[in-house]
Design a protein around this ligand. Structure first.
Ligand code: NAD
Length: 351
């Protein structure tokens, strides 16, 4: 007999080329009059354009988002939002900018309107992260879930091809783990398979022609679905591994997700046959693990932990850290098994 819980995340999603033109209407519908626009320093020009579109309803641009939301950066941003009397934050960019918006929302309750420009998916989740004293802590709180998300594929065409590919695999990783999550359910399963299908279709187009509109649209659509399932299921071994590697050795986020994914999928292959069939159908490959690896290779993604800055001597410690706190995984995690996985990922062996 079927048995499941589906925890819907209430957000309003607009998806279209030029959807950004609806921003003033959406801000008005949110009841906001004093929006603060957030971005990274690299995306300040886009944030300034968005602030201009808001006219009187913008109190300015705060272009100081950085990776992993250091607590001092979050506090400064919150103080600035209070000083300016902001009643809403508009987060323009990827997971780092969303992360700053979420930190402000967590402390102030201000609503977030998100305009994603990568495929990380943070805009669809109630998950926040904060780094204090070198350690990144994550949590879940509905207050940080953006109320409105505007997906405009035209805003992603400047995302460099290499970043687009690793960001796409980061998204596929959310969907792969949602398929074998402890709390998977019929809705997230449909969304995850469709998200993988859309990204596997769009990524080769983006790699060939980063400014192509069809490929960008497919990838952003897939990223939405993958972010949505990340927001409402709990993740397993893959995300745990990436959290440890990123948090302890400061490895780059999307690249780490890319390199680990085929090995985490291989590790769970026999224990999650239905999930694997769905990945295989979505990607049109006979084997989920090697199919992901082959697509990475075809698209020029990094294949090994070695090439993204990990040291072989640190693998044993990483395996121990991953074993420290218990968590659900379809195939129970053993230290020996994890170390084997990490070794395969370190050398970029085809699973
Ligand atoms: P990012 O937000 O750090 O962006 C990387 C760089 O790319 C930045 O300099 C950014 O300004 C630039 N950039 C973004 N979009 C661009 C575009 N269209 N054109 C040109 N440049 C662009 O990268 P990310 O991978 O989106 O996010 C990673 C962070 O998000 C990590 O800290 C990760 O932990 C977090 N994250 C959180 C969640 C969640 O649910 N809370 C989900 C996924 C990722």
């Amino acid at each position: 007999m079927r048995s499941f819980v589906f925890d819907a995340m209430p957000s309003r999603v607009l998806f279209a080329e030029n959807a950004i033109e609806h921003l003033p209407r959406e801000i008005e519908q949110l009841g906001a009059r004093r929006a603060l626009v957030l971005s990274t320093p690299q995306q300040e020009a886009l944030a300034t354009d968005i602030s201009r579109r808001l006219g009187q309803r913008s109190v300015g641009v705060y272009p100081h988002a950085v990776m992993h939301v250091p607590i001092e950066v979050a506090r400064k941003a919150r103080d600035e939002a209070i000083r300016l009397g902001a009643d809403c934050v508009v987060a323009v960019g990827g997971g780092s900018t969303d992360g700053l918006g979420k930190a402000i929302a967590l402390q102030s309750g201000l609503p977030i309107l998100a305009i994603p420009t990568t495929y990380a998916g943070s805009e669809m989740t109630p998950i926040y992260g904060l780094t204090e004293g070198g350690a990144k802590k994550t949590g879940r709180d509905r207050r940080v879930l953006p109320k409105v998300v505007i997906y405009d594929p035209l805003l992603t065409i400047d995302l460099p091809a290499a970043m687009s590919i690793t960001s796409g695999f980061n998204a596929i990783a959310h969907a792969a783990e949602a398929l074998y999550a402890e709390n998977s359910n019929p809705i997230t399963t449909l969304m995850a398979e469709e998200g993988i299908r859309a990204l596997a279709q769009g990524m080769p187009d983006v790699a060939k022609n980063p400014r192509g509109r069809e490929g960008r649209s497919d990838c952003l659509y897939g990223a939405w679905l993958c972010g949505a399932v990340l927001g409402t299921t709990s993740m397993a071994l893959h995300h745990k591994l990436c959290h440890v590697l990123g948090g302890t050795w400061n490895l780059p986020h999307a690249e780490t997700h890319t390199v680990i994914l085929p090995h985490a999928v291989a590790y769970n292959y026999a224990a999650a046959p239905e999930a694997m069939q769905r990945i295989e159908r979505g990607m049109q490959t006979p084997n989920a693990a090697s199919g992901i690896f082959d697509l990475m290779k075809q698209l020029g993604a990094p294949l090994s932990l070695k090439e993204i800055g990990m040291k072989q001597d640190d693998l044993a410690r990483a395996a121990s850290l991953v074993m420290e706190a218990p968590y659900y995984n379809p195939r129970p995690a053993t230290r020996e098994g994890i170390l084997g996985l990490l070794n395969d990922a370190f050398f970029g062996r085809r699973p």
